[in-house]
Design a protein around this ligand. Structure first.
Ligand SMILES: NC(=O)c1ccc[n+]([C@@H]2O[C@H](COP(=O)([O-])OP(=O)(O)OC[C@H]3O[C@@H](n4cnc5c(N)ncnc54)[C@H](OP(=O)(O)O)[C@@H]3O)[C@@H](O)[C@H]2O)c1
Length: 252
């Protein structure tokens, strides 16, 4: 499979999205990058241009379904999309207290609706062209609900299962679907965490693993492996055991 040359990434103004944009940036590549912070997004686009890529930016909130669809379609008109990465996401903890309905809905709106708003128009266009690849940013937090971040874990579980199901559904249309499940990665999102983050990884290494996994069309790109094993084990534990462990976990 030849490397993608037309790539759209949401949440490209920071962290993993910015790292992915720069990893794909090379002469002959067209990048379509979105985020909400114009200055940070433009800085990433400029870094991609310096690497030889054609970079287009759009200030688009992923919760605005119509705006996202317009942007995906306009990008595709410019250069038919090979790869769409629904990466934009927000996190939120409970700080040892409750999680408000407002925070819960805000997290679902960005992390679930935002992914659907990006992937649905992309799949419709890729179906017409009979090829393409989409990637959904989930998390290792998707394998078990934790009291420190119930809405975040639920949002990531929703898109993980959605992506895993979609993969088989659209395979016959020539569309490849991957779900990305990182552990802790050093980005502004994790910079606020005051607790120890096991197997914390830098963005560059995470991006290497993600791009290699996408090149191999892996259905689930979960890393680092020790955290993946722990997350899967946590998902299998009986509730009573998990209750005892959760009591001792740090408050996010
Ligand atoms: N870092 C980790 O340890 C980790 C682990 C597992 C999964 N993830 C996932 O990886 C993805 C990227 O996270 P990150 O760690 O790179 O965090 P980050 O540095 O905070 O980046 C988040 C990105 O999402 C964008 N974004 C947030 N809300 C948006 C909205 N409503 N509309 C459009 N863009 C929006 C942000 O744009 P602006 O800044 O311009 O608003 C930013 O570009 C997220 O889905 C996150 O859940 C991260």
């Amino acid at each position: 499979m030849s490397p993608p040359v037309s790539i759209l990434i949401t949440g490209a103004s920071s962290g993993l999205g910015a790292g992915l944009a720069q990893a794909y940036a090379r002469p002959g590549t067209a990048l379509f990058l979105s985020g909400r912070d114009a200055a940070r997004l433009e800085a990433v686009a400029e870094a991609c241009r310096a690497l030889g890529a054609e970079s287009h930016t759009s200030i688009t909130d992923v919760t605005d379904a119509a705006a996202v669809a317009r942007w995906v379609e306009a990008s595709h008109q410019r250069q038919p999309l090979d790869l769409v990465i629904a990466n934009a996401g927000i996190s939120g903890g409970t700080f040892g207290g409750a999680e408000s309905a407002e925070q819960t809905r805000a997290i679902f709106a960005v992390n679930v609706d935002g992914v659907v708003n990006t992937i649905m128009p992309a799949i419709a266009l890729m179906r017409e062209q009979g090829r393409g690849q989409v990637a959904i940013m989930s998390s290792l937090a998707a394998f078990r609900g934790f009291p420190g971040a119930p809405a975040y874990g639920a949002s990531k579980a929703a898109v993980r299962l959605w992506g895993e199901g979609l993969r088989g559904l659209v395979a016959d249309d020539g569309i490849r679907v991957s779900v990305i499940c990182p552990g802790f990665v050093t980005t502004p999102m994790t910079a606020v965490n005051t607790f120890a983050m096991p197997f914390l990884m830098d963005v560059e290494r995470a991006v290497e693993i993600i791009t290699a996994g996408l090149a191999r069309n892996r259905g689930r790109i979960a890393f680092p492996w020790p955290m993946h094993v722990l997350a899967r084990m946590a998902g299998c534990l009986p509730s009573a055991w998990m209750d005892a462990i959760a009591q001792k976990m740090p408050k996010k």
